[in-house]
Write a protein that binds this ligand. Sequence first.
Ligand SMILES: Cc1cc2nc3c(=O)[nH]c(=O)nc-3n(C[C@H](O)[C@H](O)[C@H](O)COP(=O)(O)O)c2cc1C
Length: 353
Amino acid sequence: MSIGLENSVANPVNWTSSISYQSKATARPTAADLRELTWKAKTRNQTLGVTGMLLYDNGRFFQTLEGPPASLQTLWSSISDDRRHSDIEILSEHIIPTRLFGEWDMLSYHGDEQPYTAMLAAKARHELTAQVPDLIDLVLNGDDLGINKRIAALAEDGWDGNDVIKHLIEPTARALGDAWLSDDCTELDLTIGLSMLQLAGHAVRHTPTPAALRNNRYSILLASAPGEAHTLGISLMADLFTDAGWHVDMAFPDSNQALSNQLASQKPDALDIGLSDALPRQHSLANLRETIERSRFAAPDQLTVVSVGGRLFADAAATADNVGADHARKTVTGTTIEIAELIRQKRQEPRSR
Ligand SMILES: Cc1cc2nc3c(=O)[nH]c(=O)nc-3n(C[C@H](O)[C@H](O)[C@H](O)COP(=O)(O)O)c2cc1C
C-alpha cells in the first residue's frame, strides 16, 4: 500500500477531529438541567459545525464530539473547564477523514429519561464506530492478518455480525472513500481496501437458521449498477440473503441491456442495484433511474421490488423516489426483512410465521 493514514494526519485541513471521554458529574443533574445543557450544547455545536453524542447515566457522562479541529479545540477548552463534571478521562482522540456521527446532531440519551437499552445500544454503536480509524489503518497497510484478528476478537466478545457490518465495516468503506477523495490514498488502495472489507464482512456472517432456510420463498438478483466497479455492498448482501434462505443470483452487468437480459431469464422477485459504498457517485442518479425503468420493463410480471443502495443513499443524498426504486438501503443489515415485507405488501400476501 502506498500511503498510510499518518501522511494524511500531517495535512488535516479537510479532516475531522474526534474526541471521546467519560467524566463524573459533580452534582446529580436533574432532567431539566440535562435538557438545558443539551439544548445549549446543540446550539453552540451547530454554530461550530460539531456533531456527536452525549450520554448521561447514573452520575457519569460519556461524550463523543467530532468536527473541524479548530472548532473542537475551542469547544474542548470550555468543556474541560466546566465545573459540572470532574475526573475527565479521554478515551480516544483521532483525526479521521470522515464523520462517524454526522447525522447525530448532538443526539443525547439521558439515563433518567430514556430507556436504558437505548443508551446501551448507543454506547455499543460508539464502541464499534470508534474502531473505524484503526480498521482504516489496517486496511491501508494491507494488514489482512490484523483485520482478521480484529474481526475474530469482535466475534469472541459477542458482537452481533449485523452491528459489526453497520457500525464498523460500512463506515470504514465510507471513510476510505473520503480518504481517496482527499487524495490520501490511491485508487488501488481503495479498491484493495474494499476487497479486504468484503472478506471481513464475510467473516462475520451468521449461520443460517433452519427456519430461515425453510422459508426459502423469494428470489433476488443482486446487481452492481452497470459500470460500477465497487461491489462491497452486494457481496455483503449476498451473504445476508443466502443466510436468510433466499434464492440469490448476482450480476455485474456492463450495460442496462445486459442487466435486462439477466432479469428476463431469471425472473427474480426482487432486484437490488448497488452503487459504490465508498464514493458518493452523485452523477449516477439519471443513469440509475434509467436502469431501473428498463429493469421493470424487462421482467414486468415477476419483478415486484426494486431496491437500491450505496453511499449516495447511506448519506441520504438521494432517496428511492429520486431513482424510481421501491426501497433504498442505508445499510445492508436488515435489508432481507425490509425487502421481504415490501414484496408481501405489494402482493398483499400474509406474513409468514
Ligand atoms: C458533560 C458536559 C458536556 C458538554 N458538552 C457540550 C457540548 O457538546 N457543546 C457545548 O457547547 N457545550 C457543552 N457543554 C457545556 C460547556 O462546558 C460550556 O458550558 C458551554 O459550551 C459554554 O461555554 P463557555 O462557558 O466557555 O461560554 C458540556 C458540559 C458538560 C458538563
